[in-house]
Design a binder for this molecule. Structure first.
Ligand code: ADP
Length: 166
């Protein structure tokens, strides 16, 4: 039987509990899930691709069917190399829909064999974004339960101590 390989692409700068929730929800549906970190310096990422690969690798280590890789260029080309047919994307709110819809149709146009599957996170994470995590961290807000401790430690190492000294 063909292995069901899915790819979950994104910037993951940094990964947070909304992303991890989507990954966990995918586990029963696929034989393999590749978390794919996009190499895109134009987005001026806080964490290097290597740092993101390392953090995500640690966090998904307990799930044998999940691995992490980086890619640049067209997602559909990367998926062809892996033999993957499904793109997984998370939908937080209606505001995500338009760009996600455009991207899904473009990817289908580029490679008609590729399908996009949208996943909805647990409500507790539906407002979360990597941008907010970085902003709130900088301002000293409490992020417990929204990003894993490994991520908070890396933010502290990168951005220095928070305003509340934690
Ligand atoms: P991108 O740069 O592609 O937007 P992100 O790292 O921000 O990358 O997100 C990767 C994927 O995870 C996207 O499909 C995004 O919609 C989804 N995602 C981000 N935050 C959440 C969240 N809180 N809940 C569910 N999905 C999310």
């Amino acid at each position: 039987m063909t292995r069901r390989i899915a790819v979950y692409p994104g910037s993951f700068d940094p990964i947070h509990n909304g992303h991890l929730d989507i990954i966990e929800r995918c586990l029963p549906s696929f034989d393999e899930l590749v978390v794919a970190v996009l190499q895109n310096e134009q987005k001026r990422p806080l964490f290097s691709v290597e740092e993101r690969l390392e953090t995500i690798g640690e966090l998904v280590a307990a799930w044998p069917s999940v691995r992490v890789e980086s890619f640049s260029g067209l997602l559909v080309d990367f998926m062809d190399q892996l033999g993957a047919r499904i793109v997984v994307r998370g939908l937080r709110a209606v505001s995500d829909f338009e760009t996600e819809f455009q991207m899904a149709l473009m990817n289908r146009r580029l490679n008609p064999r590729i399908e996009t599957m949208f996943m909805v996170p647990k409500e507790d994470y539906s407002f979360l974004s990597s941008r907010l995590i970085k902003e709130v961290f900088n301002l000293g807000g409490v992020l417990d339960g929204l990003a894993p401790p490994q991520v908070l430690a890396r933010l502290a190492a990168k951005l220095g101590p928070r305003e509340d000294g934690r």
